[in-house]
Design a protein around this ligand. Structure first.
Ligand SMILES: [Zn+2]
Length: 456
């Protein structure tokens, strides 16, 4: 019986030192310094060089794929087991940090710094897991390839390019999400809806700036003195438990409705200010757009009214009206859907188009890729069992999510760690952190899981 945690503990100081090397580099996308050698800028290039240097130091074959991404090969076998992480980070607001985000700080058993949890720390954890299997000379049938991209945070152009040059591993995981394991990710799709409709008493409607967020505020300009709307609007707000206000703007009135924002993959957690506003506007206007939003989106997160609702192995299709813009007859809106893998583009589009036609609107969209690996498969079960072995957590099961992770970059890949259930690593926030014990435990889980999957 191999004690992977014991092996990880022996390498604790080395691991932390390597994370420190990577965290010191503010590897934020920087188009100003981008060129052929460094497509994502100088600092992303430096982080890539640093990771390659770590691999060379340990005597492994390393490859730089044109500054987009790189890999370290551990083992000589033909077949590849992939561990996919990323070296780029999101920018920091230094004022909000208690420590220098680019100087690794150890305090109360935790590491603090930009990238410690997303994704430099987890990448190093994956690297050490593979290194341990190698150093223990365990018999394996696949080589382990640590792949690291430099552009996960801004479109994953790194791995898109990398896989045009390098083969897909036979299987693998990305430690860029959470434990236990994500076996399914719905396909993302953005419908851009446009059109011209007949003008009426509504001058403009504005809500949201990003399709993947439930809009928190909706502002509307209507013709007429505010006294005309005051009673009915205030009555509407209070009867729906909403906040908002009216402002006098000459002969016009500005209506403001405040809802609650949420991520588009969980629209039920938000209150969509645009749909609630249109539900009110439908009582004072014949505007076609208002009718469309009211009849097709109000209080419906699953597309029942659009006839696209579907409950699959990964759960429900979700719908978020993220951006609503209307001015003088011109409509522009964006709808974000998270679609289970069983639904086809044709099924989805024909239903949506049918409704749009009624209101004289048109759409363009692109259906993304879904990811689904049978949660009962040997692959997913091995990962989950390794997680259970080191945590004793039988409660949290493999899950399907509406968001997209790095795992979509390659086939037979799932997101696996490293944020543990019930913890918050403050990913993308100030004071990003990870408990050293969690990082070590994650490394042991990875080593056990990889070994179970590739042993001879
Ligand atoms: Zn990440």
């Amino acid at each position: 019986m191999i004690d992977f945690l014991e092996e990880v503990n022996k390498r604790k100081e080395d691991m932390i030192a390597d994370i420190e090397r990577l965290c010191r580099i503010p590897s934020v996308l920087d188009e100003a310094t981008a060129n052929d050698r460094q497509p994502f800028g100088k600092k992303c290039r430096e982080a890539l060089d640093e990771m390659l240097e770590i691999g060379r130091r340990d005597g492994f074959e390393c490859e730089d794929v044109d500054g987009y991404a790189g890999h370290i090969d551990i083992g000589e076998q033909e077949e590849i087991f992939g561990i996919l992480g990323h070296l780029d980070v999101v920018p920091c607001n230094k004022e909000g940090w208690n420590t220098d985000p680019y100087e690794l700080t150890i305090k109360d058993g935790k590491l603090y710094g930009r990238g410690v949890a997303d994704d430099k720390g987890p990448l190093i954890a994956g690297y050490y897991a593979a290194k341990i299997i190698h150093e223990l000379e365990l018999p394996v049938k696949m080589k382990m390839r640590i792949i690291f991209g430099c552009n996960e945070e801004s479109g994953s152009h790194c791995v898109k390019y990398y896989f045009t040059k390098k083969p897909y591993p036979a299987m693998g995981f990305t430690p860029d999400a959470e434990f236990p394991v994500v076996y399914g990710e719905k396909a993302g799709v953005n419908f851009e809806i446009t059109g011209e409709i007949e003008k009426d008493n509504i001058i403009g409607i504005y809500a949201g700036t990003r399709s993947n967020i439930v809009p928190e505020v909706c502002e509307v300009y209507v013709v007429g003195h505010y006294k005309q709307y005051k009673d009915s609007f205030m009555q509407y707000l209070s009867s729906h438990g909403l906040k908002g206000s009216l402002e006098e703007e000459g002969n016009h009135t500005k209506l403001i409705l405040i809802g609650r924002s949420a991520h588009a993959s969980t629209p039920e957690l938000g209150i969509n200010a645009a749909t609630y506003m249109c539900h009110y506007l439908a009582t004072i206007s014949q505007n076609k757009l208002v009718q469309f939003v009211d009849q097709c989106f109000y209080k419906d997160h699953n597309g029942e009214k659009l006839d696209v609702a579907y409950k699959g192995l990964m759960g429900d299709l979700t719908v978020n009206l993220g951006v609503l813009n209307y001015k003088d007859g011109h409509v522009k809106m964006t709808v974000d859907m998270r679609v289970p893998h069983e639904v086809t583009d044709e099924q989805l589009t024909s239903a949506v188009v049918k409704h749009l036609k009624e209101y004289g609107l048109i759409e363009t969209h692109k259906l993304g890729k879904a990811l689904y690996i049978d949660p009962q498969s040997h692959f997913v079960q091995s990962l989950h069992n390794a997680y259970v072995e080191f945590t004793g957590d039988h409660e949290n099961q493999p899950q399907a999510i509406g968001g997209g992770t790095y795992a979509k970059a390659m086939p037979n890949c799932v997101a696996f760690g490293v944020q543990f259930p019930g913890t918050d690593n403050k990913i993308h926030q100030n004071n990003e952190e990870i408990a050293i014990d969690d990082l070590l435990k994650a490394t042991a889980i990875f080593a056990k899981a990889i070994y179970d999957l590739i042993k001879k």
